[in-house]
Ligand binder design. Structure first.
Ligand code: GDP
Length: 300
């Protein structure tokens, strides 16, 4: 796994030099505070969280009167960590349950990075010594199953796929059945992300979950969101959280955005912990989310 903090600090996600320069000023003026606020907003931290963070920072700076830039930076990291929820349970439920594999459903709109994330997760699980089966339940694009199978081969795990246009739930069921028979630890299922009708999506995801659970318990439903879509992504995300009980969020493409603060908006607005983040297209570009490390990387 990548070292999150240094990777973030080097990526565009970092709030960077500008903010640090402001914090290092002798006495912070009203304009300086506004600049800090604008930097946080520009990074998609969101209005409510930004207001909260800046207010608390100002109060503490006032109490400290002579706070140095380094002290203010540390305070900012602490406030960001606090709004990120340092105590949220971000562990992945991937282990066997009642003698059956744990099933991880991966949902999200097309292009968010679902298939890539399934491949990366499989890599991490195999690296941890777990046995894994993949399910290619995105049957609407033949390329999606091919792409997943390639990941499976790369990681060394079996991919269960159906015909193009097959019922996604039947492929998911088949993947779970294969996992039960092979007595693997975890089955990870890639789903289709069409969003043409909300009720269609709800029906489909609900059906996949119900059908899979006839074989093996769904222990985790991960919603994959593209960090570069900003607030728009949050609105889309809500459709998924209404369709199925999402247990964790994977925020992808954080390597390609200056809006790393989206993590804060997403968590606050959806009330679901960010568990993993994607920092590139490669197999090892997935990191467990850790609030303080992320806040450090974000501040730069
Ligand atoms: P899906 O349609 O949701 O299954 O999305 P894919 O897994 O096919 O990913 C869409 C594109 O995003 C591909 O080109 C991936 O390589 C790319 N991608 C996925 N995750 C990341 C990430 O964390 N960072 C970057 N830079 N690209 C990513």
């Amino acid at each position: 796994l990548v070292r999150l903090r240094s990777r973030l600090a080097r990526s565009q996600s970092s709030l960077g030099r500008g903010l640090l320069t402001v914090l290092a000023r002798e006495r912070l003026t009203e304009d300086d505070w506004e600049e800090i606020e604008e930097t946080l907003l520009a990074a998609d931290v969101g209005v409510a969280a930004t207001t909260e963070i800046v207010e608390r920072l100002r109060t503490q700076a006032m109490v400290l009167a002579t706070a140095s830039g380094e002290e203010l930076r540390a305070l900012l990291v602490r406030e960001l960590t606090a709004v990120l929820g340092p105590d949220l349970d971000r562990s992945l439920a991937v282990d066997r349950h009642d003698g059956r594999p744990g099933v991880v459903l991966v949902v999200g709109v097309n292009g968010a990075g679902k298939t890539t994330t399934v491949g990366k997760i499989a890599r991490v699980l195999v690296g941890d010594g777990r046995s894994v089966v993949l399910g290619a339940a995105d049957t609407f694009r033949a390329a999606a199953a091919d792409q997943l199978e390639t990941w499976g081969e790369r990681v060394g795990v079996l991919t269960v796929r159906g015909r193009e246009g097959a019922d996604p739930a039947s492929v998911a069921f088949e993947a779970a059945r294969t996992g039960v028979e092979a007595e693997v630890d975890t089955v990870v299922v890639d789903t289709a992300g069409r969003l043409h009708t909300k009720s269609g999506l709800m029906d489909e995801l609900g059906k996949i979950k119900r059908v899979v659970e006839k074989q093996s318990p769904v222990t985790e439903v991960l919603l994959v969101l593209d960090a570069t879509t900003g607030q728009n992504g949050v609105i889309q995300a809500r459709v998924f959280t209404e369709a199925v009980d999402v247990t964790g969020i994977v925020l992808t493409k954080l390597d390609g955005t200056a809006k790393g603060g989206i993590v804060i908006s997403v968590q606050r607005e959806l009330g679901i912990p960010v568990k993993l983040i994607g920092l590139g297209e490669g197999a090892d570009d997935l990191a467990p989310f850790e609030a303080e490390e992320f806040a450090e990387g974000l501040v730069g």
